[in-house]
Design a protein around this ligand. Structure first.
Ligand SMILES: Cc1cc2nc3c(=O)[nH]c(=O)nc-3n(C[C@H](O)[C@H](O)[C@H](O)COP(=O)(O)OP(=O)(O)OC[C@H]3O[C@@H](n4cnc5c(N)ncnc54)[C@H](O)[C@@H]3O)c2cc1C
Length: 461
């Protein structure tokens, strides 16, 4: 059972349920075949309605904040997904056009439109636009989350603790389903002529040639997109990292985390699949990891779902705004321009290393992200300026950027989901981090700096 709370009817079935040439799945946030509840639901309905299934993906060159690094990673995943769908006999259509415009066009001949869920403004806007415009029934299925966002909580949660309690109470029914590999029994759809703006995803360089995207950020030399690569990382993590996670996850020199965030961001692997696999390991080792994967990740979805200001300072609780305001005229020890931050040329070798780790690989170590964010608050004139710089850099360089986790992570640096700490200059009651603490926690932190220096020689020359 997919679970009825994952399934939301957005336009009534009675409108047109027996007409149409196919069932259309508009793939958007869940870019995978395996463990995809929305795809499974579309398959099921196509069988019921005796219509073939068509999967559509709209490729727009100007998705906010996306650049070559993100497009290459995403296309690698889509190319693999297209092959898997083809093997199942399901028609996959990649169209070079605005995703909602393409969905509206193809829905014209659909008996039913199925969409998956993402929790950012643009994704809500696109889904509403499509739902309002089409005349077939529309169903949305939440598959990139373990407990559907409104089932987990009916309003914004102010910290992890209340959401943790709710999620743990409700988790079980949502983990029973081992989605994926649903057999498609319908006919293979063959349009009499290609859909408008349809292109082949087989030759990625060729797709990129026709895509006028921002090319200022090179693809990651470390992360290749797609389910298989995600699965390899997961298997590696299950073989070793998971047993050391609680002790070593923070140490940027140890690389003991799963590395899955880019794949989770693009929906190339399902959090439920990761959950199921990790559940096979002795529970003694897995509590810390599942807290991040389930509670922290779903707290971020709760945040962007319920807080319309998730990308600016106004998302913060009043105590944070008040304390930042009270310290807004405190003297800053350093001030850097957005360019100096972007070029990683501050006085702090650890901060610079973190910035270059992100610029080169597309993924900064988790603990360094906190240090990185806190220091930008300390070295800018105003919290607004700091917020803007952090969001810009995070979205531009992180492969997992432009994600609820990114917006929640940045907001956390300003006190969101945290508690007041002892008052100090600039930060007020917001938690503070310093270089001394970093060195104390990781006496070998200079190895991290050396490694990133080696990367700079190797990848920037
Ligand atoms: C300033 C700042 C910016 C951040 N930007 C992003 C971002 O753009 N995208 C992003 O996915 N995460 C972001 N995070 C959260 C976290 O640092 C990353 O999710 C984590 O480092 C990803 O590495 P991993 O997949 O190896 O994590 P693992 O430790 O292996 O965790 C597994 C998964 O759990 C989730 N997770 C882990 N830590 C957190 C967390 N603190 N909050 C929410 N979910 C978490 C992620 O989905 C992650 O992939 C940010 C944190 C901060 C403080």
């Amino acid at each position: 059972m997919i679970g009825k709370e994952r399934i939301h009817c957005r336009k009534d079935y009675s409108i047109r349920d027996k007409e149409g040439d196919y069932v259309l799945y508009w793939m958007q946030a869940a870019q995978r075949v395996h463990y995809n509840h929305a795809l499974d639901y579309a398959c099921m309905r196509s069988r019921e309605l005796q219509k073939p299934l068509v999967v559509y993906f709209g490729l727009t060159p100007d998705f906010p904040g996306a650049n070559l690094r993100h497009y290459v990673f995403m296309l690698e995943g889509l190319e693999e997904g297209a092959r898997s769908l083809e093997k199942k006999g399901i028609y996959f259509s990649l169209c070079l056009q605005s995703p909602p415009a393409g969905a509206i066009e193809l829905a014209d001949k659909a008996a039913l439109l199925v969409m998956d869920s993402g929790y950012l403004d643009i994704q809500y806007r696109w889904r509403s636009e499509v739902t309002a415009a089409v005349s077939c029934p529309v169903v949305e299925v939440e598959t990139n989350i373990i407990v559907p966002v409104e089932t987990a909580a009916e309003k914004e949660q102010y910290s992890a603790a209340p959401l943790r309690r709710r999620i743990h109470k409700k988790l079980l029914p949502f983990t029973g389903y081992t989605a994926g590999d649903l057999e498609y029994e319908g006919k293979h759809y063959k349009p009499s002529e290609p859909f408008p703006h349809e292109i082949s995803v087989k030759d990625i360089p060729d797709v990129l040639k026709n895509l006028e995207v921002d090319r200022s950020v090179f693809p990651s030399p470390f992360f290749r997109g797609g389910y298989e690569n995600a699965r390899n990382l997961l298997d590696r993590f299950l073989g070793s990292g998971v047993y050391h996670y609680d002790q070593l996850k923070n140490d940027p020199t140890k690389k003991m985390t799963s590395g899955l965030s880019p794949y989770l961001h693009f929906g190339q692997i399902s959090p439920l699949e990761v959950y199921h696999e990790v559940q096979q390991v002795n529970a003694h080792y897995t509590g810390g990891f599942l807290e991040e994967l389930v509670v922290r990740r779903e707290l971020a979805c709760n945040f962007t779902h319920y807080n319309a200001d998730y990308y600016n300072l106004r998302c913060l609780p009043s105590w944070c705004l008040k304390t930042l305001e009270e310290h807004s005229t405190d003297k800053r020890p350093y001030h850097y321009s957005p360019e100096e931050f972007e070029e990683g040329t501050t006085h702090d070798p650890y901060w610079n290393a973190a910035q270059w780790e992100m610029r080169i690989s597309g993924k900064m170590a988790g603990y360094m992200r906190m240090y990185w964010g806190k220091k930008v608050i300390e070295w800018t004139r105003t919290p607004d300026e700091a917020y803007e710089i952090l969001s810009f850099l995070n979205d531009k360089y992180e492969l997992d950027g432009r994600d609820p986790n990114g917006y929640a992570g940045i907001a956390w640096c300003f006190g969101k989901h945290d508690r007041p700490w002892q008052e100090r200059p600039i930060f007020g009651k917001i938690r503070y981090m310093n270089q001394k603490g970093l060195k104390r926690k990781f006496p070998n932190i200079d190895e991290y700096v050396s490694e990133i220096e080696d990367w700079k020689k190797k990848y920037l020359s």
